[in-house]
Each structure stands twice: as structure tokens, then as C-alpha cells.
Design a protein around this ligand. Structure first.
Ligand code: WTA
Length: 644
């Protein structure tokens, strides 16, 4: 595979799309020349109570202040619901497909509006006000979308915690933002198994005094204890509430949600997104990138616990009046043809998933895909990690029958929505490349000193100027926001990713250049896993790095130094794996543990992670410069005892 493999835009697609090459070029030119004019117009895609007159007011210098549409007033739920009632109240807003292939349901925009209003009123009846934080710990059920929009309706700030996180992870995310309400379910379902959400929540809440009320969805009907005065059944509250609820007027810069994400140091940060810019960005990118056309069925397989679920299951598609499919299950249950069975069942037109799923399904061969027609599919998307050309081509040839363009979308929790991606009717594709920036996005590559690199080159991926969907701050820690994103290369937003740019200006994301891992598309900080490991009574020190993993993209490789007197054993390895799963959640399961009598350090005591990464990747013949090591024999020992 070379940069020269080009798959041109299909003429019929270009002809049928609102965003062909000429339009894309015109938009990019106008967004660069007159950002205020361009975004003033694009702001019209969502519903405002007061139309903004001030458009962009952002600086990446000094204290870093990012404001968009700052005198506008709106409510996000109105754009997702009320706006559509007259024209498409009876159109299906959400298709829900259960883990069990025999369970599904459909909710129209009118019904969704009513359900959201009821829950919004219920939250108000519990005393929740504008600005209060509400944590959601839910499975992929319609109530998750309802709860998000109900918070938005009354101006409460939602913070979703992925259902795969442990009680400890849930607790620390509740404590950080002092949520007063937790919304959860009795249990979740995934791949034929149940997930003990309420039990986990009860465990977490032992250390969360801020939470006064818990709302519990009866989902599986599993028997769960309800604490008198604190716990309320969702259905009881909803049934008692009215079906209309006046939306809270929100300033464009009032918070819409917090979403915790991992960084290279410390505990997860609360990424804060505000209302106006985020909604414009979610709607704009969902329409352009997927070439979304009215009436189409759109399916993003992410979980609402991640940013992809926020922007591309709920806010973007609903703002655009789409029919969005929510899937409770997993790609291989009851069998590895599940995705394609669901595509045929609901006649899905646009399908958006992660490379890790594509790689896992590719391994099962073509037959489980070919068994289904997939004729409804028109556009295929990829997100969350670099997609290797082999997986890209399989997705293109087998899943899409060479008929559907692939949009490889690069973005981050921090960016709110997609920044670099082809537009299906406008940009020629190259397998493995996220291609070109969207109109209004100014990526650049810099070297280690922050010097801008021109032409075909490789470097650190930065963004030079603000876009409406950008995060505004780290919740309660603006200093950390400045430090994390604007201090490495002052005046520029640093993504943490490396990338290559080819002679056609196409971007090829190479992955994180910091200590953030991307395991099956799930983002994780090595520091979090290390602190979980050292919390174990037998562990003295730990260093965690990523290693190449065929299916997961990256696997988790842990070097563990035991306290003196402790004996290494396979049983202890198992215990540590279970320990990390319990501390953080199953997604952080270590793939390899190596006993390290000591870790390679510089004379000043800094762990040389570069060397640990090389050993984990089994690239021990290219360790690089080891002259600054305090004790070179440490490395020899680690190499000869590599966990394989
Ligand atoms: C990675 C997920 C290559 C990247 C939306 C980024 C990608 C991190 C791509 C953000 C892609 C996401 N190609 N890498 N198309 N999309 N990434 O915050 O390393 O969970 O920094 O947001 O995922 O992960 P996050």
C-alpha cells in the first residue's frame, strides 16, 4: 500500500450530494476568509431563542479563552426535538436494537419529545436546577438518550460514565463534579450477559455524599435493592410527570456536558463542552461527513459513554432530524454476522464503527458478511484509532462491496466532533488516511520545538485556530486545560497525536505521541493503570506502556516491581489483572505483566519509557540511546525476561 492508492469519488455520489468537491472548496475558502460570516450562517442549522450576533471570540494565547456565539440563547433539546415536531413528529427518531436479536423498539420524534419532557420535569421535581451536575451510568437503552436530553432541557450538565467502568472509576467521576443525581439501571445487557450497574452504583455511592437522589431504570427486571428516600424508579417518576416542559434558556457558552477522558498524567479530566458551538459542530459535521440525507437510517455503533455516542448517536443526528439507531449489544453476539443482520433488518444507510470491530470481524472471514445483503448501505465510517490499510480495504471491498465510500474520521473528546475526514461526495479516498480537514479546521504539523513544518512531512498534530465544537476548559481546572493543550506548543492546540502529511496534503494519523493508550478504541492513561497497580499491597512500583496488538490496536503491557519479600508467581499475575479490572474496569485489563526487579531510569530517576515501549514491542535491536541510563544491566534483565 502506498500513498498513491487513490479511490476516486463515485460520480453518482458527487452528483447526489450537497457537498461535492466544488462546494467543499467554496466552504473551506469562505470559512478561512470570513469565519464570522461562515459560522453565522452555519449557526442557522440549529434553533436559537436569541440569534447570536457575536460569532467567534477565541484566543489560544495566555489564559486561553474560547467563546462562540456568545450572545446567543438556545436550548440543545429544542434543536433535537421541538424543531422537528411540525415537519417530522411522526418520523422515527430512535431505532433501538436490543442485545437479544428479538428485541427492538422505535420512538418517534413526538414520543421522544414527550419522554424527555417527562424526565426533565421529574428531575426538576427532585430539585435539579440549571447548572447542577447529573451523572449517567446507563446501558445502551433509549433512556440514555432521554436522560441526556432531559438534562439539557432544564440546563443540568450531564456527565456520562461508561457502563464498563468500575465502582471506583464511577465514584471519582461523581466526586470531581459533585453530581447531586445519579441515573442508572438495574442491570445492563451485553453479549448475552448482564452488567450489575445498580450494584456498582451502590458501591460507588458509599463515597459520594453529594448524590441525594438516584433514578433507576427497570431494564432487565433483575432484583436490586432500592434505598428508601434516595432511590426512585424511572418509570414511577416519569408517569407522574407532565409531558410538556418549558426548555431552560441557555447562553451559548453555558455548559452542556462534562465527559471524563484520560490524559497522559494524573486522573481523568472533565472535558467541558458548552451549548451553542458544540451543537453547531455536531450538526454540521454529521451532515457533511456522512453526507446525511433526509429520511436516511443512520447507525453509529459506539456507546453513549464515549464522546462518539454523544455527538454521533444523540446530538448530531437528532439535531439533523435523522433516524438514529442505538444498539445495546456487541458485534459477535449471537454470532459474528450481527452487525450485517441489523443493517438488513433496519435498512441502515450509513454505518459508523471502530477499527477494532472491523479487525475482529475481518478475522472471521467474508462469509458472515456475504450472508447478508447490505444493499441499503451507502456510506461507511471509521473512528477511534488509526485504521490499517488492510482493514480499510476489507471494510471497503467486503462490507461495502466497493460501492460505499469509507470516511475515516479523526477527532477527540476534546474536539467535540470530527475535524479531519473525507466528505463522501467530495474527497478522493486513500486507504488508511483520514484525508483532509473539514471546512473551518486548520491542522498543522510541528516539530519537537514547535516549528511549523511545510509540505510532505511528519510531526506533531496541532490545530492553529478555534472551531465551534472545541472544549472550553477542564471542569474546575482551567490551568490544567492550558497546561495540557496549549503549553507544549504555545499558541497552538496540541492534540497529543502524531501524523504524516503526504504530497497531496492528506493526513495519516500515526497515533498518540504521549502516554495515552488506545485499546480497542478506548482511551486510557498509562498513569491511571500504574496508580491502580501500585495501590495493590504487594506492588512497589509499576510502569505501563502500550504494545502493538493485532485486534485491539494497542495492548496494555505492565512492568511490575514487587515489594521486597514478595514472590512473583503466575497466581499473583492473575490477581493483578483482576485487581486492575476491579479498580478501573474490564476495559483496562492488562494484556501482559512482566516482573521487573527494577525499572530503567535516568540518573535523575526518570523512568525511560521509550525503552520500555521498545521491549514491550519486541523491538529490542533498536533501543536507541541508552547512555543516560543509571544502570544498563536493568535493561538486559528486562529483555531476557520479556513477557511474551
Ligand atoms: C485516536 C474518539 C486515528 C487519536 C473520537 C485521538 C484516531 C484519540 C482516529 C481520541 C482516527 C480517533 N484515526 N486515530 N480516525 N479517531 N483517534 O477522545 O489518537 O476517545 O487522539 O475520541 O483517538 O480518543 P477519544
Amino acid at each position: 500500500m502506498t500513498d498513491n492508492t487513490v479511490i476516486p469519488v463515485k460520480p453518482d455520489l458527487a452528483a447526489g450530494s450537497r457537498f461535492d468537491a466544488a462546494r467543499r472548496a467554496e466552504m473551506a475558502e469562505r470559512a478561512a476568509r470570513d469565519p464570522d460570516g461562515f459560522w453565522r450562517e452555519e449557526a442557522g442549522r440549529i434553533a436559537w431563542m436569541t440569534t447570536p450576533t457575536r460569532i467567534k471570540n477565541a484566543s489560544f494565547e495566555g489564559d486561553v479563552s474560547i467563546k462562540w456565539f456568545e450572545d446567543g440563547v438556545l436550548n440543545a433539546s429544542v434543536s433535537c426535538l421541538d424543531k422537528h415536531l411540525a415537519e417530522r413528529g411522526d418520523q422515527v427518531a430512535i431505532i433501538w436494537e436490543g442485545d437479544d436479536p428479538n428485541s427492538d423498539s422505535k420512538v418517534t420524534y413526538r414520543e421522544l419529545h414527550q419522554r424527555v419532557c417527562r424526565m426533565a420535569n421529574a428531575l426538576r421535581s427532585l430539585g435539579v436546577k440549571k447548572g447542577d451536575r447529573v451523572t449517567l451510568y446507563l446501558p445502551m437503552i433509549v433512556e440514555a438518550a432521554v436522560a441526556m436530553l432531559a438534562c439539557a432541557r432544564i440546563g443540568a450538565v450531564h456527565s456520562i460514565v461508561f457502563g464498563g467502568f468500575s465502582p471506583d472509576s464511577l465514584a471519582s467521576r461523581i466526586q470531581d463534579c459533585d453530581s447531586t443525581v445519579l441515573i442508572t439501571a438495574d442491570q445492563g445487557r451485553r453479549g448475552g450477559r448482564t452488567v450489575p450497574l445498580k450494584t456498582n452504583a451502590d458501591e460507588a455511592l458509599k463515597s459520594c455524599p453529594s448524590v441525594k437522589n438516584v433514578i433507576v431504570v427497570r431494564n432487565t427486571g433483575g432484583d436490586v435493592p432500592m434505598q428508601e428516600g434516595r432511590d426512585h424508579w424511572w418509570h414511577t417518576l416519569s408517569e407522574a410527570a407532565a409531558t410538556d416542559c418549558a426548555p431552560e434558556p441557555m447562553n451559548a457558552e453555558d455548559p452542556l456536558f462534562i465527559l471524563y477522558t484520560s490524559g497522559s498524567t494524573g486522573k481523568p479530566k472533565g472535558v467541558l463542552h458548552t451549548t451553542g458551538g458544540y451543537m453547531v459542530w455536531a450538526s454540521f459535521t454529521h451532515e457533511l461527513v456522512f453526507d446525511y440525507r433526509p429520511g436516511e437510517i443512520y447507525w453509529c455503533t459506539a456507546d453513549v459513554g464515549w464522546v462518539t455516542g454523544h455527538s454521533y448517536i444523540v446530538y448530531g443526528p437528532l439535531a439533523n432530524g435523522a433516524t438514529t439507531l442505538m444498539f445495546e449489544g456487541v458485534p459477535n453476539y449471537p454470532d459474528v454476522g450481527r452487525f450485517w443482520q441489523v443493517v438488513d433488518k433496519h435498512k441502515v444507510n450509513i454505518f459508523y464503527t471502530a477499527p477494532t470491530a472491523i479487525r475482529a470481524l475481518m478475522r472471521e472471514g467474508d462469509a458472515p458478511v456475504r450472508k447478508w445483503s447490505r444493499q441499503s448501505l451507502r456510506v461507511l465510517g471509521s473512528v477511534g484509532e488509526p485504521i490499517n490499510p488492510e482493514a480499510w480495504l476489507w471494510y471497503y471491498r467486503v462490507v461495502g462491496d466497493e460501492r460505499c465510500p469509507i470516511v475515516d474520521t479523526w477527532w477527540q473528546t476534546e474536539t467535540g466532533g470530527i475535524l479531519i475526514s473525507p466528505l463522501p461526495g467530495a474527497v478522493d479516498l486513500k486507504p488508511g488516511s483520514a484525508t483532509l480537514p473539514l471546512p473551518g479546521v486548520q491542522p498543522a504539523l510541528v516539530d519537537g520545538d514547535g516549528k511549523l513544518l511545510e509540505g510532505a512531512t511528519e510531526g506533531n498534530l496541532v490545530i492553529l485556530d478555534s472551531w465551534p465544537g472545541q472544549m472550553r476548559t477542564v471542569y474546575k481546572d482551567h490551568e490544567r486545560f492550558i497546561q495540557t493543550y496549549f503549553s507544549t506548543f504555545p499558541g497552538k492546540y496540541f492534540s497529543g497525536d502524531g501524523a504524516r502529511r503526504d504530497a497531496d496534503g492528506y493526513y495519516w494519523i500515526t497515533g498518540r505521541v504521549d502516554d495515552v493508550l488506545n485499546v480497542s478504541g478506548h482511551r486510557m492513561g498509562t498513569a491511571e493503570i500504574e496508580s491502580a497497580l501500585v495501590a495493590h499491597p504487594k506492588v512497589a512500583e509499576a510502569a505501563v506502556v502500550g504494545m502493538p496488538h493485532e485486534l485491539k490496536g494497542q495492548g496494555i503491557y505492565c512492568y511490575v516491581t514487587l515489594k521486597s519479600g514478595e514472590e512473583p508467581s503466575d497466581a499473583l499475575k492473575k490477581e493483578l489483572v483482576a485487581w486492575v479490572r476491579r479498580e478501573i474496569g474490564p476495559i483496562a485489563s492488562p494484556d501482559a505483566i512482566q516482573w521487573a526487579p527494577s525499572l530503567p531510569k535516568t540518573r535523575s530517576g526518570k523512568i525511560m519509557r521509550r525503552i520500555l515501549r521498545k521491549i514491550a514491542a519486541n523491538e529490542t535491536d533498536s533501543l536507541g540511546d541508552t547512555s543516560t541510563l543509571a544502570d544498563p544491566t536493568v535493561v538486559e534483565d528486562l529483555i531476557s525476561n520479556r513477557a511474551g
